[in-house]
Design a protein around this ligand. Structure first.
Ligand SMILES: [Zn+2]
Length: 576
């Protein structure tokens, strides 16, 4: 059989599996539902149908098959979505000629080849030293392989030469973030003499790198690839590709700061760990995490966090309704130290984590003297600011009364002070934009969607549609019914884009909605009649326009012909 790669991918991948690697899907009857990743909402209106192999959001209208989903969620073109899914399905795509490749694809290839290049260097003399060092930090050889850690030799352009020999241009290598150009025009390797940690996207494809200094004292400890068309550091969470399933399973995510923290945590079984590669959590990263859980465990250095941008990320997460817990690590230790010494200690630290409010209470109360007036004022000011960020009113009340009790002041006074506090606009302004609402549907569109839904529920009613009624349909609906008559199991890719949208929407609604059997036929007839009426009215409008035109041109034969048509149609309309 000679099937297309698209058919083959669809046959091998189930839409529920594909989507659930991004979203937290819950079973709802024979379908699944989730919070829509494409617009912000509180109640899930995003549906996935395993039978139809489609998704649809009744909030923003996003709909389609697995390819459409990947295009939307990864923000890629069709060709790239095809590549991502082919890889996942283990379907081999026939090699595309270099001209046909998208720029993204070439950059992906550059990143992949570079990763292999860096990995290969681990076999050399310096590489062996690096390996020894990593192992001394507790990272096992298997983890080095799994996370594809490598070595960038301390030379001017060994990576560039390698890539050029493979047919890539220096300009492209620069675009992939792996080279920079000196003023004299010369291209230099971006990473030189550094331990390389590849950075992966959600599908474990390498999109960027981080290089850690080794055996020299020059330059910053870590340098990261610049932003490229593949990589935006504000959008990536290191380790999420490997952590996402576990985060959903355990319903919490451990956030750490460094690459080695993530690798060690995974190695020792804390596979729901990711790290932020900048300093602060961005709205985008939070939106991604929100797909998997709303429980975050932070293991940041909270004293640094207090003043830095990290605090802004934490505040934002709280405003977005995440439950936040803080891991209390022994002094001057980071998670990597604790885990490499004894993973069980880290387990205990997880168990003993504090809610963020408990953490703030402990910290602020240890900083000021609650028995002096000045101390009381400082404590109240600091903690009320945190209380203000609590989204739940009951929780808010709880902390206010706790604070009143500890400070021995009246709750009402604290409430008055609370009212005075304003949260920086900046924080609130960081909200991601709501995706614009769907364009309003016309009455005819609504009726057609309903008609299709009803027919899909009861194929035997397909014969209620006669030729005359059929003529009144929109081209999309005609297309769908023509296909349905041939085969009731429509292949989505055979439909035009407009028809596909209409079909997915109606088909999913028909799966979700329960309708009493005996009500279906009368409702179909109603829809048919109403659609036909709208069609006649549109036709009449059109004829009367043409009539005016013909009268202006004094084309009397045409006027007569049109007038006849007009009165016939009017009669039909009045009969309805
Ligand atoms: Zn939506």
């Amino acid at each position: 059989m000679n099937s297309s790669p698209i058919d083959e991918i669809k046959a091998r991948l189930d839409i529920v599996d594909v989507i659930s690697s991004y979203l937290n899907l819950k079973k709802a009857g024979s379908n699944y539902r989730a919070l829509c990743p494409f617009h912000s909402e509180k109640n899930p209106s995003f549906f996935v149908s395993p039978r139809l192999q489609i998704f649809k959001c009744f909030g923003c209208g996003a709909a389609g098959d697995i390819f459409k989903f990947i295009m939307m969620i990864e923000g890629v073109e069709f060709k790239d979505a095809l590549k991502i899914l082919a890889q996942r399905a283990g379907v081999e795509l026939k090699p595309i000629s270099p001209k046909e490749k998208t720029e993204r694809q070439r950059l992906w290839e550059i990143c992949e080849l570079s990763t292999k290049f860096f990995e290969k260097q681990m076999e050399g003399k310096m590489g062996q030293k690096v390996k020894k060092y990593l192992i001394s930090r507790g990272i096992k050889e298997d983890s080095i392989k799994e996370w594809r850690i490598g070595w960038a030799p301390d030379t001017q352009n060994s990576l560039i030469s390698f890539l050029v020999s493979k047919g890539y241009k220096r300009e492209e290598i620069k675009k992939a973030g792996l080279a920079f150009q000196k003023e004299n025009g010369q291209f230099i390797d971006f990473f030189r003499g550094r331990i390389i940690f590849p950075i992966f996207d959600l599908n474990s494809q390498v999109i960027a790198f981080s290089g850690r200094i080794f055996e020299t004292k020059e330059g910053p400890k870590y340098i990261n690839s610049p932003n490229t068309i593949l990589y935006d550091k504000s959008k990536v969470l290191y380790g999420l590709d490997r952590a996402k399933v576990e985060i959903r399973k355990r319903d919490f995510c451990i956030l750490v700061e460094g690459y080695t923290d993530v690798i060690l945590a995974h190695q020792e079984g804390f596979k729901n760990t990711v790290s932020v590669s900048g300093t602060s959590l961005t709205p985008f990263q939070l939106a991604i995490l929100r797909r998997y859980t709303k429980n975050l465990y932070l293991s940041f250095d909270m004293d640094v966090a207090g003043a830095s941008a990290t605090k802004r990320g934490i505040n934002l997460a709280r405003l977005k309704g995440f439950n936040i817990k803080v891991l209390i690590l022994p002094e001057e230790k980071d998670p990597a130290d604790v885990i490499s010494k004894n993973p069980k200690d880290f387990e205990k630290i997880l168990e003993n984590s504090l809610s963020i409010m408990d953490f703030y209470f402990q910290r602020i109360f240890s900083k000021y003297d609650k028995n002096t007036l000045e101390g009381k004022k400082e404590i109240a000011k600091n903690l009320l600011e945190e209380i203000k960020r609590i989204q739940n009113e009951i929780e808010k009340s709880f902390w206010i009364s706790k604070l009143a009790e500890e400070l021995k002041v009246r709750e009402e006074d604290l409430r008055m002070e609370l009212a005075k506090i304003k949260i920086e606009e900046e924080e609130l302004g960081l909200e991601e934009q709501e995706i614009s609402k769907q364009p309003q549907k016309s009455r005819k569109e609504i009726l057609e969607e309903r008609l299709l839904l009803l027919v899909l529920k009861s194929p035997q009613n397909l014969n209620l549609i006669d030729k005359e009624k059929f003529a009144s349909f929109s081209p999309e609906l005609k297309e769908i019914f023509e296909n349905l008559k041939k085969d009731f199991n429509i292949k989505l890719e055979k439909l035009s884009e407009k028809a596909r949208d209409l079909y997915t929407s109606s088909a999913l609604k028909s799966e979700i909605e329960e309708i009493e059997k005996e009500k279906i036929e009368p409702e179909i007839n109603f829809c048919l009649k109403e659609i036909y009426k709208i069609y006649l009215k549109e036709k009449l409008n059109q004829i009367s326009e043409e009539l005016k035109e013909a009268e202006r041109k004094k084309d009397f034969p045409k006027v007569e012909k049109l007038s006849k048509e007009f009165s016939q149609l009017s009669k039909k309309l009045s009969l309805k």
